[in-house]
Structures are given as structure tokens and as C-alpha cells.
Design a protein around this ligand. Structure first.
Ligand code: CMP
Length: 140
């Protein structure tokens, strides 16, 4: 991932459906926890088997999750890298590569745990997606 960070805006956070229910004050707090990163097509964002320190939200772009059964693509508003954070201590379950240039929001592991505890609805929504993905290692 390119280190060229840029400023996280309210509009970028609003593009993520997971955050849609947050009120303005909560979004303002969340902006303080998020880092923006740009990835170019072909950049490896997550490597299978590595330790996890963050999860990612796609504000614009498209990433490829490499699975034994074939790739799964995630796009605007989707998130990834949540599985290793939900199951604390778990390693990355798959490699994720930018399929084209992407604007990403990065949420560190500790900040994710904090968010999930203070906002149970978000915590449960992320856990549910992780559960579904864990049970779906076939083609989507
Ligand atoms: P994590 O295991 O932390 O790192 C790899 C990520 O790829 C994983 O979290 C998920 O976000 C994503 N991923 C893994 N399996 C699937 C799947 N079956 N469908 C969609 N995304 C997946």
C-alpha cells in the first residue's frame, strides 16, 4: 500500500453502509480513528498467514480476495480484513490485492475493538459478515 495518506472526510465515511446509522458526533469521533490510504492496481493489501493489525473499508475501488475456489471481488462501501480482528489472534485467512486503484479507510485493531464495544450494532454486523465469509469459501 502506498504510504501517501490523505485526509479522511465525512463524505468518505458516509460511503460505508456500516457507518450509515451513526450520528454526526459518532462519525466525527470515528474520523479521528481512521487513516486514509490509497492503493494502486496490483498492490498487495493483505497477505494470507500474516498477523493482523487493521481492517479496511473501500470508499472507492475494487479489491480481489484470493480464495482456493476462485477470486471474490469487493467494491465501494465493502470492508475486508475483519475476520482476523473478530477472531482475535487469528492470522489472515486470504490474500487481498487491489484490482484497480482504491481509496481505503484503515481502522487499527485496537480501535476496531473499541468501536465494536461502544457500538454493539456495528460490532455484531461485522461479526456476522465475518461468520458468513468464513462459511463461504466457495465462488460467490
Ligand atoms: P482476514 O482473514 O482478516 O484477511 C483476509 C480477508 O479476506 C478476510 O479477513 C475477509 O475480509 C476477506 N475474505 C476472506 N474470505 C472471504 C470470503 N469468502 N468472501 C469475502 N471476503 C473474504
Amino acid at each position: 500500500i502506498r504510504r501517501r495518506d490523505f485526509v479522511v472526510s465525512f463524505a468518505m465515511v458516509a460511503r460505508v453502509p456500516l457507518f450509515a446509522r451513526l450520528d454526526a458526533a459518532a462519525v466525527a469521533r470515528l474520523i479521528g480513528l481512521l487513516t486514509a490510504r490509497r492503493a494502486s492496481a496490483g498492490d498487495v493489501i493483505i497477505t494470507e498467514g500474516e498477523k493482523a493489525d487493521a481492517m479496511y473499508f473501500i470508499t472507492t475501488g475494487r479489491v480481489e480476495v484470493i480464495l482456493p475456489s476462485g477470486p471474490i471481488y469487493l467494491t465501494d462501501g465493502d470492508f475486508f480484513g475483519e475476520m482476523a480482528l473478530v477472531a482475535e489472534g487469528q492470522r489472515r485467512s486470504a490474500t487481498v490485492i487491489a484490482a484497480r486503484s482504491c481509496d481505503l479507510l484503515v481502522l487499527g485493531s485496537r480501535d476496531f475493538q473499541h468501536l465494536a464495544h461502544t457500538n454493539a450494532e456495528i460490532g455484531e454486523a461485522v461479526s456476522e459478515v465475518a461468520r458468513q465469509r468464513k462459511g463461504n469459501h466457495g465462488a460467490e
